[in-house]
Design a protein around this ligand. Structure first.
Ligand SMILES: [Zn+2]
Length: 95
């Protein structure tokens, strides 16, 4: 998109600026925005390369966080019986 087109887009009266855009990012990613707002956010994304890379980095960090949680969940089962734990601990101490 040319600089000229971009500057035109920013002249649209309901165009969000970057600050307003940031406030909507969470809801935008979760798809919780009403359509009218979602369209504004989308328009801003089209026009603003900064926010495009910002949202890409944001999504990546969310995915990394989720992946980390999944990993923790699968590696540390929440329902280990106490007896099993104490047996394991004893064995460790014996070494
Ligand atoms: Zn922006």
């Amino acid at each position: 998109m040319s600089k000229f087109t971009r500057s035109l887009l920013f002249k649209i009266p309901y165009m969000l600026n970057c600050q307003e855009f940031e406030e909507f990012i969470d809801d935008y990613i979760d798809g919780r925005l009403p359509e009218s707002v979602g369209r504004k956010v989308y328009l801003h994304l089209l026009a603003c390369g900064d926010c495009r890379s910002y949202i890409a980095a944001y999504k990546r960090s969310i995915e990394m966080g989720k992946a980390l949680c999944d990993k923790l969940d699968s590696e540390v089962p929440g329902d280990v019986p106490d007896e099993l734990l104490s047996v394991v601990l004893k064995n460790i101490k014996r070494r």
